[in-house]
Design a protein. Structure first.
Length: 372
């Protein structure tokens, strides 16, 4: 056996073990908590349509909470919702930012609007389709004193288009990575912390001038040596349109590289090893190397299919499964696309997001312009 083949076998084995590790650590007893004093913070654009599916799913949550919707100040749908259901919905009007991300600007306004009785803060995104257990599962480690910051992660539901499914396959690699507290960054689409932790971090100051809310909170948590805990069964469904799908992937990595070049470097190295391993296997490794790569890919697909089926609704699992076809038929293309997103991310510091262009330096907004 050649050294190159042995290295390829090790690489494929480790990638399979990583997915098996995620599957093995999926919680069986998915305990929830429903304490008093929960505020759910939701940032929306002014053209938000009211998110009927999201609001229905939030109403169905097993834990009670108060919904704080942060807007720039001109969201008719949010105002209408608050007028109808002001007993549990509050609208905060932040205005337009001048030197920070608009989402961050709105969340800072929401934080300043908190009431004395708000003891737990849950952050959600407007494009998620949360399960009924979302809030309760995020709160469980906080209430039990097992963590300081708790997070889920996105599971993309790609449109039935080739490009969207490919980006979904890339994201599936990230979603099913082994997760440990020492190597976890929170995801702002489903994240929770206590009011006490927010005050300890001086969250308003930690977010000031930033573009990425979750990166800012995660890095502040690392610096403060807080316990960041992933909830592995909270892979939260998020629809992905085909248009702009690749740009979505690039934007996620551009958030990382503009906040932490070292974190981007580690991620890029790991993906590059796999990507160039496939170049070797297809070009010089022979049929045995290709068969090994495809065999490992098939095993990962089978495990990921079980993970997805265990954590989301049946209809969502079927849509998410579109991404698995890429891993099954062309696993090399997934690795190459993943590396392409990472490389594209370092080619510019400009991030187009939410109707604005931002130029970011060391995680802070250096300049911003409205698009269009």
């Amino acid at each position: 056996m050649s050294f190159a083949f042995a290295l390829w076998m090790l690489l494929q084995g480790l990638s399979l073990l990583g997915v098996l590790n995620y599957w093995r650590h999926l919680p069986v007893d998915r305990q929830e908590e429903a304490p008093e004093g929960v505020a759910v913070l939701l940032s929306v654009r002014d053209d938000w349509d009211g998110g009927a599916a999201l609001i229905a799913r939030l109403r169905a949550q097993t834990a009670r909470f108060r919904l704080v919707i942060a807007t720039s100040g001109g969201c008719a749908a949010a105002e209408a919702l608050a007028a109808r259901e002001g007993d549990w919905v509050q609208v905060v009007r932040a205005g337009v930012a001048g030197d920070e991300g608009q989402k961050v600007h709105k969340l800072r306004a929401a934080l300043r609007s908190l009431r004395d009785g708000d003891r737990y803060l849950v952050f959600v995104d407007a494009d998620i389709l949360p399960p009924a257990r979302l809030v309760g599962r995020l709160l469980f480690p906080l209430v039990r004193g097992k963590a300081d910051i708790v997070t889920g992660y996105r599971l993309l539901l790609p449109e039935a288009r080739v490009g969207a499914a490919l980006v979904g396959a890339v994201e599936m690699q990230l979603a099913t990575l082994p997760r440990a507290a020492s190597a976890t960054m929170p995801w702002g689409g489903a994240m929770a912390l206590s009011r006490e932790v927010a005050e300890r971090l001086d969250l308003d100051a930690a977010l000031a001038g930033r573009l990425s809310d979750d990166m800012a909170i995660g890095l502040a948590g690392w610096r403060a040596k807080l316990r960041l805990r992933p909830v592995r069964d909270l892979l939260v469904a998020c629809p992905l349109e085909a248009r702009g799908a690749f740009g979505f992937g690039v934007r996620q990595y551009r958030h990382i590289v503009t906040n932490s070049g070292g974190m981007w470097g580690i991620a890029a190295f790991v993906v590059a090893v796999q990507a160039f391993g496939w170049v070797w296997a297809l070009g010089w490794g022979g049929w045995s190397a290709v068969a090994l790569g495809y065999g490992a890919a098939l095993a990962r697909v089978l495990v990921r299919r079980r993970i997805v089926a265990a954590v989301v609704e049946p209809g969502q699992a079927g849509v998410a499964g579109r991404s698995l076809w890429w891993d099954l038929l062309a696993p090399f293309a997934v690795c190459w696309a993943h590396l392409g997103m990472q490389v594209a991310a370092v080619c510019s510091s400009r991030i187009r997001w939410g109707g604005f262009d931002y130029w970011v330096k060391r995680g802070k907004v250096a300049r911003m312009e409205r698009v269009g």
